[in-house]
Design a protein around this ligand. Structure first.
Ligand code: BGC
Length: 547
C-alpha cells in the first residue's frame, strides 16, 4: 500500500456549504468562484480536505440532496469551468476536495424520474421502485418523520406507488436494476475525471430493499459499494470514499469491509456522547461508546465531527438518552427536528468559550480524522426560526459589515438572513476580528490543528485511557494516551466546571512531559503518579519522553 494514498488517516477536513460561504457575483448566493477566493483562509486554518455539499442542478427541496442532473453545476453556484478552477486552485495549495455523491435517490425532477412516471413500458420506469400498493417493506423506518408519513408515495401519472426513504420528492433508485448500478459508476467517473479526491457517499445504508428486513445495511448494498471501491482503486488510486451511515459502530464497521469498501466512515454514535459528556461533566458516555467501537482495518479511518448541516442526530442513542439530550440541549420545542436538534455548536454549548474549546480538543485528540462544520471555528450562531435545517446553514460571517462580508448584495437579498441576535451577530462573531486576535477561538483552533498535524499519533496512533475509567475520581477527567512508533502523547482534559487536581498513575516516574500547545501547567511527577491542577474545562496536550 502506497502510504501517500493513506493521506486521509491524518487529515483535517472542513465541510463547506457553498451557498453559505462566499458570494462573489453578488446574487445573494455563495458560489464556486467565491469559495476559490477563500482557499487562502482554509489553508491558513490548516485544512487538508474540503467536503462540498451538493452543487448540482436541483429544485432544492432538500437543499441539493435532490439532484436533477448528476453532470452539471447548479447555476447559483457557477459552471463546470468554475468547478475545474476550484479544484486546480485547491490542489495548488495542497488542499483536496471531496464532493457529495448521492447514490440512493434522485429528485423527482430528474429526467429519469420524469420518464419513469410515464408508465411501465418506459425504459426508465424500472430505474425506480414501484408497487401497486403501499404494503411492502413495512419494517423500514421513516427518516424524515416530522414531514413524511410513509416511505411510499402515490404517483398519479404512473398510477403506482414509488419508494422513497427521504422526502417524497426524492424517489429511491432501484439498485436491482443493473443499468442503475452502471449509471452511478458513470456519475462517479465523471467527477473523478474532473479531479475530485473522492466522495462523501450520502445515505448508503438504503440502496437495496428486501422484504422482511429493515432495508438497511443489506449484503447486496455492501456488494455494490465494494464494486464502486474496486472501480476507484483500479482507476483512481488515492481517491477516497467516506461513508455516511447513521448506524451503530458494529454496523458501520461492515462498511470498511476488509479494507476494501469505504476508506472512512462517520462515527455517528460518538458525536452525541461528546455532548453528553460535556453536560454531565463525566467521561462515561465516551468510554461506553469507544468500548462499543470495534477495531477497523489499518487502511481505514473514522471521521469524527461535532456538528454538520443536519440536525444533531439522536438516532444512535437510547430513548432515555434522547429525552435527556432534548431536555438539556433543546429546551424549546422549536429546537427539535425529527430525531434531533437543529442548533449549532456554539449556542449548544452556551457560547461558553471554555466548553467550545474543550469540545474541539476532544474532537482533535480522540481517534479518527476530524471534520469541522463551516463557521464553527469562529463560534457562529444559529436561527431556530428558519425552516427545516436552514437555521444552521446561514451565511458565513467574514466581517462586521451588515452582510457580514459574505456578499456585496444588500442583506435583504441574501439566500438566508445573517444571524442577527445580540450574541452571535457579525459585530460579535466574524473571521476578520478573530484572525487578528491571538486570543480568539479561531486562533486556538488553528493552534490545535497545527499541533495535531505535527504529531503522527493523532491520525495513526493507538488510543489508551490513562487510568481506570471506572474509578469515581476519574469521572470528570478525560485523560488518554495516543501513541505511534516511539511517539507518545498524553492528553488531559477537565470536563468539569470546577477547578480540580487530577492524579494520573504512571507506569514509570522516569518521564518528562512537554506541553505541546504551549500552555503552562504545574504537572508534577512523583512516585509513579502525575498530579496536575486543572482549571474548569482545561485541556493539555503533553508529549511524553522517557529518560
Ligand atoms: C444528508 C441530508 C439529506 C439526506 C437525503 C443525508 O443523510 O446529510 O442532508 O437530507 O441525506 O439525501
Amino acid at each position: 500500500m502506497n502510504s501517500t494514498h493513506l493521506w486521509y488517516k491524518n487529515a483535517v477536513f472542513y465541510q463547506v456549504y457553498v451557498r453559505a460561504f462566499y458570494d462573489r457575483n453578488g446574487d445573494g448566493h455563495g458560489d464556486l468562484i467565491g469559495l476559490t477566493q477563500k482557499l487562502g483562509y482554509l489553508k491558513d486554518l490548516g485544512i487538508d480536505c474540503l467536503w462540498l455539499m451538493p452543487i448540482y442542478p436541483s429544485p432544492l427541496l432538500d437543499d441539493g440532496y435532490d439532484i436533477a442532473d448528476f453532470y452539471n453545476i447548479h447555476p447559483d453556484y457557477g459552471t463546470l469551468q468554475d468547478f475545474k478552477q476550484l479544484i486546480s486552485s485547491a490542489h495548488e495549495r495542497g488542499i483536496r476536495i471531496i464532493t457529495d455523491l448521492v447514490l440512493n435517490h434522485t429528485s423527482d425532477q430528474h429526467n429519469w424520474f420524469l420518464e419513469a412516471r410515464k408508465g411501465k413500458d418506459n425504459p426508465y420506469h424500472d430505474y425506480y421502485v414501484w408497487r401497486d400498493d403501499d404494503q411492502d417493506y413495512s419494517e423500514a423506518r421513516i427518516i424524515f418523520l416530522d414531514i413524511e408519513e410513509s416511505n411510499w408515495a402515490w404517483d398519479d401519472n404512473a398510477h403506482q406507488y414509488y419508494w422513497h426513504r427521504f422526502y417524497a420528492s426524492q424517489p429511491d433508485l432501484n439498485y436491482d436494476n443493473s443499468s442503475v448500478r452502471q449509471e452511478m459508476l458513470k456519475v462517479a467517473k465523471f467527477w473523478l475525471d474532473l479531479g475530485v479526491d473522492g466522495f462523501r457517499a450520502d445515505a448508503v445504508p438504503y440502496l437495496f430493499e428486501r422484504d422482511g428486513t429493515n432495508c438497511e445495511n443489506l449484503p447486496e448494498t455492501h456488494a455494490y459499494l465494494k464494486e464502486l471501491r474496486q472501480f476507484i482503486d483500479r482507476n483512481y488510486p488515492g481517491r477516497i470514499l467516506l461513508c455516511e451511515a447513521n448506524q451503530w459502530p458494529e454496523e458501520v464497521r461492515e462498511y470498511f469491509g476488509e479494507g476494501d469498501e469505504f476508506h472512512m466512515g462517520f462515527h455517528f454514535p460518538l458525536m452525541p456522547r461528546i455532548f453528553m459528556a460535556l453536560c454531565k461533566e463525566e467521561i462515561s458516555p465516551i468510554v461506553w461508546v469507544l468500548e462499543k467501537t470495534p477495531p477497523i482495518p489499518e487502511n481505514t479511518q473514522w471521521t469524527t465531527f461535532l456538528r454538520n448541516h443536519d440536525e444533531l442526530t439522536l438516532e444512535m442513542v437510547t430513548e432515555e438518552e434522547r429525552q435527556w439530550m432534548w431536555q438539556h440541549y433543546a429546551p424549546l420545542p422549536r429546537m427539535r427536528l425529527n430525531l434531533g436538534i437543529r442548533r449549532r455548536l456554539a449556542p449548544l454549548l452556551d457560547n461558553h468559550r471554555g466548553k467550545i474549546e474543550l469540545a474541539f480538543s476532544l474532537l482533535f485528540s480522540l481517534p479518527g480524522s476530524p471534520i469541522i462544520y463551516y463557521g464553527d471555528e469562529i463560534g457562529m450562531g444559529d436561527d431556530i426560526w428558519l425552516e427545516d435545517r436552514n437555521g444552521v446553514r446561514t451565511p458565513m460571517q467574514w466581517d462586521n459589515s451588515p452582510a457580514a462580508g459574505f456578499s456585496p448584495a444588500d442583506p435583504e437579498r441574501l439566500y438566508a438572513p445573517i444571524i442577527s441576535n445580540s450574541e452571535f451577530n457579525p459585530q460579535k462573531v466574524n473571521v476578520t476580528n478573530q484572525t487578528n486576535d491571538p486570543g480568539s477561538l479561531l486562533s486556538s483552533i488553528k493552534k490545535m490543528i497545527t499541533l495535531r498535524k505535527s504529531f503522527q499519533s493523532f491520525g495513526w496512533g493507538e488510543f489508551e485511557w490513562a487510568f481506570d475509567t471506572k474509578q469515581t475520581q476519574s469521572k470528570p477527567i478525560a485523560a488518554f494516551y495516543r501513541s505511534y512508533l516511539d511517539e507518545k502523547l498524553l492528553i488531559i482534559q477537565n470536563l468539569s466546571s470546577q477547578a480540580l487536581t487530577a492524579e494520573i498513575p504512571l507506569s514509570s516516574s522516569s518521564i518528562s512531559l512537554n506541553e505541546i500547545l504551549g500552555k503552562s501547567s504545574n504537572a508534577l511527577i512523583n512516585n509513579h503518579t502525575l498530579s496536575i491542577d486543572l482549571q474548569p474545562f482545561d485541556y493539555h496536550w503533553f508529549q511524553v519522553k522517557s529518560f
